[in-house]
Design a protein around this ligand. Structure first.
Ligand SMILES: [Zn+2]
Length: 295
């Protein structure tokens, strides 16, 4: 007699707190609403939302296990209702979550159903950027993270750079030089593109994602400096960054990882104080050295 298995089923059958915990990891969705299951001290979540979240997670896990075959139809609404034994409301909410996460979308008509999609990279970067702004990430923390990731990224890029990677870096240098000539009142994304391309050259998608997020955050934190800086100062800043980028790319292309790292360090150290005039900075003390009257 398998005694352990018996106790597992017994626990799952009880509609108490243990059963709630047991239901979570495999995304199994108990049908009863279980009156006593309201999570304490949190915003009251409706049972449908909770179940839908579990179902969405289960489907996501399956998609990942299958290697994310974009374009595959997971099933029609009727098929999915049947397969997961949930209410229509729960399924629709789960589909809404999957759409929101960029995992799948509902396609109507013949041959339609829940179809696997490619996640939207820009939307993800935007979401993480906004989350960190919501958490009041400071400019100092931003550059702490940039140092941790980008110094390693530039070293790896120097070791792993390919011909297409070199071409992309050179093209980005040209584009940013043009952008420096037509600076508007907002930070131009092309001025930070080189950092993302260097991270991309590592071949590590996690590094590329985090560098993209940190780049967007840097642009946001630089906004006040953009607003208050004179056209001349902005141009000088952009050209200074461009010169630093050129030197970094040169070292990466030469495969000199130590030099590339050193130049990236100097570059980040140079732009950090300028960006740090943004939100979350201990403004008065940090800006004391920068005399706007001399402009
Ligand atoms: Zn830069």
């Amino acid at each position: 007699m398998p005694a352990k298995k018996g106790s597992e089923t017994a626990a799952a059958a009880k509609p108490d707190s243990k059963a709630r915990i047991a239901a979570k990891p495999n995304g199994k969705v108990p049908k009863s609403n279980g009156r006593g299951r309201t999570p304490p001290a949190k915003v009251a979540t409706r049972p449908t939302e909770k179940l839908a979240e579990g179902l969405a997670r289960e489907i996501e896990r399956e998609v990942i296990e299958q290697g994310w075959p974009v374009g595959t139809v997971l099933g029609s609404e009727t098929e999915l209702l049947d397969r997961f034994s949930v209410s229509r409301a729960v399924l629709r909410e789960a589909i809404r979550l999957l759409e929101h996460h960029g995992v799948a979308g509902m396609r109507r008509g013949p041959g339609g159903g829940l179809i696997l999609t490619e996640p939207n990279d820009q939307a993800v970067v935007r979401s993480v950027t906004l989350l960190l702004e919501y958490e009041h990430v400071t400019s100092a923390q931003l550059f702490e993270a940039r140092m941790a990731i980008e110094l390693n990224a530039v070293e790896l890029a120097s070791e792993r750079i390919t011909e297409p990677g070199i071409a992309a870096l050179r093209e980005a240098l040209e584009v940013e030089l043009e952008a420096a000539d037509q600076l508007g009142p907002l930070p131009d994304p092309s001025l930070d593109r080189i950092h993302e391309l260097i991270a991309e050259a590592t071949g590590n998608p996690a590094m590329r994602l985090f560098v993209a997020v940190l780049g967007q955050l840097t642009s946001l934190h630089a906004m006040p400096s953009y607003r208050t800086g004179s056209a001349r100062e902005l141009r000088r800043q952009a050209l200074g960054a461009h010169t630093a980028h050129e030197a970094i790319v040169e070292a990466v292309v030469a495969g000199d990882s130590a030099l590339a790292r050193h130049r990236m360090l100097r570059h980040l150290q140079a732009i950090a104080p300028w960006v740090a005039a943004g939100p979350g900075a201990p403004a008065p003390a940090a800006r004391r050295g920068r005399r706007t009257t001399s402009d």
